[in-house]
Design a protein around this ligand. Structure first.
Ligand SMILES: Cc1ncc(C[n+]2csc(CCOP(=O)(O)OP(=O)(O)O)c2C)c(N)n1
Ligand SMILES: [Mg+2]
Length: 543
């Protein structure tokens, strides 16, 4: 068997059904021969974002995989790998490499060396015979422990080699570990005794599929629940104990309850300090439950820590908490009523924007109409960098697990399109939406053509305000003198030129009918881009 045949056989055994890539990398051709669907993008970054979403929306059970060429392909892929690294997403990255005799010769780009700081592991294939060992290591790292991209560089001269003998390869399995039972007892006692506990859920809950045990803990403690952007949709936001999700912008109850908490229990989260995450108030008893020991005492000081898988942690805690709460159980009805009493006036403040009849359109109105029109429980939606993230996350009522792809540890403009496309590949039964601004589309908009050509019928919601509105306050002089924050473009026409459905919407009354037409196009297999002409909104729900 040829070396590349051994590689694709391993990919198949590991459950890889789609290989996203950009030529030249001979793995692509061999994958197609072995009936792994190949998806060719217009630039490397988007392909990595697609692979990223495949891993995310399947809790890492189906791993996204991407292949690109040595030199320019690998160089150009850096952003996509760095974004996945920032967000701790497991993806298999397979650059081709220069022939082994040239791999370490100036100025050849060596992926193993250059990607080392943005991957969990980066390793070259050193000979055909080593293929199973190299891939076993990569896949094992992709499935267990703190997550992140794993890179396997395949030198171009490996492709000429034969893999001798039978391929002996057992697919990797996810290995879970749980916290120390003594720590569980102590934390359970702290939680049961807390007067005003708040639960903060991170994306570890999604990867561990710990949604049910999370709900059970919240109900046992009658504790309000919020989440990071990555954890959004881990807890149904229609639940009376939901505060909504945190981020740069947030619903008022998130701010209120965190500041009034005596104990904050973070589960499956890193508590990373970022502009796009909640800053934890000082002076609280913080319990930090995470898979990654390196997160403990990183940005917040933990009064208690639990290391382990979020499901194992929550299940153990639930047992211990259930024994303790018994009679002194807090009143969930009262807590729910308190949340509602803070939520309602906050919502009323925003209602004029959410229901605005202005033209240019309010982005809030567009997003609120979107939430009212789609089947939220069967939709996977993602924001982009820029104002759209802060405009959507406090108001999007996430209901079902993994129905919102939130991000913000690093925030590359244009990430959302690839995420929606990858989500659609992995979950074709769902309506997959990306919401972005006109700066974001400048980065990856060309790959709307990939969505059309590869029959990945996503719905793309573009909030076009002909501006980088989020930068207006930062760049007043350059805007005034040189119009430095202005942007232009007719993106509905662009979508049509690529063979997709494109419509420009300017009137409030046309928002919902246009969304319906867009969805209809996606149901017929055509990606749709709805371009809403919006005002340069800069107000966001921050506290
Ligand atoms: C690759 C990259 N470069 C720069 C930024 C910084 N940045 C964040 S948002 C933004 C402008 C966003 O404009 P737009 O997408 O039109 O949204 P708006 O604020 O206008 O609604 C910029 C320059 C970034 N996030 N990513
Ligand atoms: Mg804009």
């Amino acid at each position: 068997m040829k070396a590349a045949e051994a590689i694709v056989e391993i990919l198949k055994r590991e459950g890889v059904e789609v290989l996203i890539g950009y030529p030249v990398n001979h793995v692509i051709e061999y994958a197609a021969r072995a009936d792994i669907r190949t998806v060719i993008v217009r630039q490397e970054r988007i392909g990595l974002h697609m692979a990223d979403a495949i891993s995310r929306v399947t809790s890492g059970e189906k791993l996204g995989a991407f292949a690109m060429q040595h030199g320019p392909g690998a160089e150009n892929a850096f952003g996509g790998v760095a974004q996945a690294f920032g967000e701790s997403v497991p993806i298999l990255v397979m650059p081709m490499g220069y022939a082994r005799r040239l791999a370490h010769v100036h100025p050849n780009f060596n992926s193993t060396l250059n990607f080392r700081n943005v991957t969990k592991s980066a390793e070259p294939v050193t000979s055909a015979a080593e293929i199973p060992n190299v891939f076993r290591r990569a896949f094992t790292r992709l499935r267990s422990g703190p997550l992140g991209p794993a890179l396997v560089e395949i030198p171009s001269d490996i492709f000429a080699e034969d893999f001798e003998g039978d391929l002996d390869y057992t697919p990797s399995v996810a290995i879970r570990s749980g916290p120390d039972p003594q720590d569980i007892d102590r934390v359970a006692a702290t939680l049961a005794d807390a007067k005003r506990p708040v639960i903060y859920a991170g994306q570890g809950v999604h990867y561990a599929k710990a949604w049910e045990p999370l709900k059970r803990l919240a109900e046992l403690l009658a504790a309000p629940v919020t989440s990071s952007l990555g954890g959004k949709s881990a807890f149904p936001e229609s639940h009376p104990l939901s505060l909504g999700s945190g981020g740069r912008s947030m619903p008022k109850p998130v701010h209120h309850f965190l500041h009034n908490a005596d104990v904050i229990f973070g589960i499956g989260c890193s508590f990373t300090q970022t502009n796009f995450g909640v800053t934890m108030p000082k002076g609280k008893h913080i319990i930090h439950a995470t898979l990654d020991p390196n997160d403990i005492n990183k940005d917040v000081v933990a009064s208690d820590a639990l290391i382990g898988d979020a499901a194992l942690t929550l299940e153990a805690l639930n047992e211990a908490v259930a024994l303790r709460v018994g009679t002194k159980s807090r009143d969930a009805m009262k807590v729910g009523a308190k949340i509602a009493s803070i939520r309602e006036p906050w919502f009323a403040e925003w209602q004029p924007k959410l229901e605005s009849n202005d033209t240019p359109l309010s982005p809030y109105r567009v997003l609120w109409d979107l939430a009212k029109t789609v089947d939220v429980a069967n939709t996977i939606i993602t924001h982009d960098a820029g104002s759209p993230r802060d405009q959507i996350s406090p108001f999007w009522p996430s209901e079902t697990p993994l129905s919102y792809i939130g991000w913000g540890k690093t925030t590359q403009l244009g990430y959302g399109l690839g995420l929606a496309m990858g989500a659609k590949l992995a979950r074709p039964d769902q309506l997959c939406i990306n919401v972005w601004g006109d700066a974001a589309i400048g980065f990856t908009g060309m790959d709307f053509e990939t969505a059309v050509r590869e029959r990945i019928p996503i719905l793309s919601i573009l909030l076009n305000n002909f501006s980088m509105a989020i930068e207006l306050k930062v760049m007043p002089v350059s805007t005034e003198k040189y119009r430095s924050t202005d942007i232009s473009g007719d993106y509905a026409a662009m979508a049509r030129a690529f063979g997709g459905y494109g419509e420009r919407v300017t009137e409030p009354g046309d928002i919902i009918p246009a969304i319906r037409r867009g969805i209809e196009a996606t149901e017929k297999g055509t990606p749709a881009l709805l371009e809403f002409i919006t005002c340069k909104e800069t107000e966001v729900s921050v506290f």
